[in-house]
Every structure is written in structure tokens, then in C-alpha cells.
Design a protein around this ligand. Structure first.
Ligand SMILES: [Zn+2]
Length: 355
């Protein structure tokens, strides 16, 4: 879902691509190219630039970009092999160039698809979606302004150049597993980490993205994070890690892959449950896949025209003393329900959840 230029195209793509198998459908705008932006960044006053940015900053679905970030940020603009302008934080860009050069010496060619996107640009995408599709759809489809790691300028989406050809679409790129593995081996040396790990969707809020790398500056820290298999959230102690048990049960309706895709969406959604620790996810069984339940999810979201429904159950624990939350404090939730639905073309989405 890369390389999309105009907002109209982004809108269309979002309608079509909820099925991106590696991503979370609720955040597709986060993976878009910034191509449409074009405008040069206004330089911030020099006085604020003396104060360095925090290269370990955490920005995710529950942690917004710090208020003063955009004043302190120093970026460069570069043009990629496709001809798009990409904006990157200065130091991260230097580190990227070193990484890129190292990869070239191993016969691997990469370029930058997208890096920094300002909060204002994200707000513009949100406004455009709201105008065209309504607030509810916009909220579901576009990453909330202020809550995308791409705002930092430290998150880089790479694309591959294979035999001189640009490979930019997610579904094409994901096939080059060996090449990504080689790239990932080199990241820490230059102060980068892989940000959205497989199986950690409940922590990061995003599906596996081999192309989304994050600059953390310190190579020793990057190495430590990688060797322990941690997400940035876990490393910073802002997430309770641990294993999530998944029971797919048996189904004569859905393939394992179908259920895995549904679980990824569920885990992405769960990342919004701030501070909650997910213990397990269970498929509730084929008996819930019936006409009455399908009718019910379609009533919840009449425009969607779902053809498939699936129910899952989860156990999790809520954190102590959380305000502004509908969840009870420090409570062990059992059999919390999740209803997911899909059309024949699109991927799963969470339609309803609760006790
Ligand atoms: Zn990204």
C-alpha cells in the first residue's frame, strides 16, 4: 500500500485494502506514502534546536508525539529512486545512508518509501476522510493525528530494489523473506530496530512490517533490544510483554490462515487497551458462525456488507487505578468477547467487543 500519491487515491486504497495481510486494518493510513505532501518544512527557530530530541521516544496508539517535538526536530529532504520527496530526521538519515551502503556491499538495494509525516499532514488526511466518508469510518481507517511513529522522523519505511526494479507494494515486498532477514541483521549496528514484530501486535498495535525500521541512535541499545526479541514498548517497560496463548480450536469453516489473520486484527485492537495484559485468545467455535450473528454484525455496520463472522474470547488483566477507562481497575477479565467480520474481498475487522 505504498506509493500512493493523491489523497483521493489514498481514500480509494483504504476502502480496498483492509485485507493487507500483514497490517492492522485500523491503521492503514500509517503505511501510506507521504508523496502527496510536497510542501517544504518551515525551519524552526534556532533557539529551540540546541535542545536535542529524545531518540528513545515512544509514539504509538496510546502515546502521542510530545508537544515540543516538532519545534526541536531537524530534518532533511531527500528524493528516492521513484522521484518522491522523503523527509527524515537528520541523524537518522546519516545512519540510514551508512546502513544502505553496507547493504549494497552485500548486493542488497533499498530506498526510502516514506519517513516523516507531520501531525498537520496526518490531520489533513483525517479531515479529508471525514468529509468523504464520515467521522466513524475515518476514525477506523486513518491513524489518529499525533499517534503515528512517522511523526517523529525516526521511523523509516524501506522498499526493495530487486534487479533494478522498485518493489514497493507491501504484498510484493513481504515475499522477500531472506533479503529482509539480511537487512534486519544489519540494523542494530547503525542504531536501528525493527519496530513491528511478528506476534507482538497486542503490544505495538501493528501487524508485522519488515520494512518499518526505527532509529534509536544508540547501537548498543538497538543490539540489546534485538537480541532479546523485544518491542520498544517492552524495552521501555511501557508494556507487559509475555506470551499470549492462542487456541484456534478446530474449524471446518475457516482455514488456520483465516483465523490467524483475524487474531492479528484482534491483537492490533487490543493494543489500545492501555496497560492491559493479554493472557490468551480463543476461537469461540463454528457454532457462532451463523446467519443470526452475521445479520447482527451487518446491523452494527450497515455499509460494510460482511459475508463472514467469527467470535473470539480473551482473558486479560486491566492495570491498577486507570482513569478515563471503561475497564475496572486491576481486574482479571475472563471470556471477554470479540466479534470480527469480513467481506469476501476485505480482511477481518473488529466489529464489536465487550463483556
Ligand atoms: Zn511505517
Amino acid at each position: 500500500m505504498k506509493k500512493i500519491k493523491a489523497l483521493a487515491a489514498i481514500a480509494l486504497a483504504a476502502v480496498m485494502t483492509a485485507s493487507v495481510f500483514t497490517g492492522c486494518s485500523g491503521s492503514s493510513a500509517d503505511n501510506k506514502s507521504t508523496g502527496a505532501t510536497g510542501a517544504a518544512k518551515a525551519e524552526a527557530p534556532d533557539t529551540t534546536k540546541s535542545e536535542p530530541i529524545d531518540y528513545m521516544v515512544l509514539v504509538n496508539k496510546t502515546n502521542p508525539l510530545p508537544d515540543t517535538w516538532e519545534d526541536k526536530l531537524e530534518t532533511i529532504h531527500t528524493t528516492n529512486s521513484i522521484g518522491d520527496t522523503v523527509e527524515v530526521e537528520k541523524k537518522a538519515y546519516d545512519a540510514y545512508l551508512n546502513l544502505k551502503q553496507d547493504l549494497v556491499s552485500h548486493g542488497i538495494h533499498v530506498d526510502l518509501d516514506s519517513a516523516r509525516r507531520s501531525v498537520k499532514e496526518q490531520q489533513k488526511i483525517m479531515d479529508d476522510f471525514t468529509k468523504k466518508y464520515g467521522a466513524e469510518y475515518a476514525a477506523k481507517t486513518v491513524a489518529k493525528p499525533g499517534y503515528s511513529e512517522h511523526h517523529t522522523g525516526l521511523a523509516l519505511d524501506l522498499y526493495l530494489i530487486i534487479d533494478g526494479k522498485d518493489v514497493v507494494e507491501n504484498e510484493d515486498m513481504i515475499k522477500y523473506k531472506k533479503i529482509w532477514a539480511e537487512i534486519h541483521k544489519k540494523l542494530a549496528k547503525y542504531g536501528f530496530i525493527l519496530r513491528y514484530l511478528e506476534g507482538k501486535e497486542h503490544i505495538t498495535g501493528y501487524g508485522y512490517e519488515p520494512w518499518h525500521i526505527r532509529y534509536v541512535e544508540n547501537g548498543y541499545i538497538a543490539k540489546n533490544i534485538k537480541s532479546k526479541g523485544l518491542t520498544l514498548e517492552e524495552y521501555l517497560g511501557k508494556a507487559k510483554g509475555g506470551k499470549v496463548d492462542i487456541d484456534y480450536g478446530t474449524s471446518s469453516i475457516y482455514s488456520k490462515k483465516d483465523l490467524e489473520d483475524a487474531v492479528i486484527q484482534l491483537k492490533c485492537d487490543f493494543a489500545n487497551f492501555e496497560g492491559c495484559k493479554l493472557h490468551n485468545i480463543r476461537y469461540a467455535g463454528d457454532s457462532e458462525v451463523n446467519d443470526a450473528n452475521l445479520k447482527w454484525v451487518n446491523e452494527k455496520n450497515p455499509d460494510a456488507k460482511y459475508t463472514k463472522v467469527a467470535k473470539f474470547l480473551t482473558d486479560f488483566k486491566s492495570p491498577k487505578g486507570k482513569k478515563n477507562s471503561t475497564l475496572e481497575s486491576n481486574h482479571e477479565y475472563k471470556d471477554y468477547q470479540w466479534w470480527l467480520a469480513r467481506t469476501d474481498k476485505d480482511g477481518w475487522e473488529v466489529v464489536s467487543k465487550g463483556y
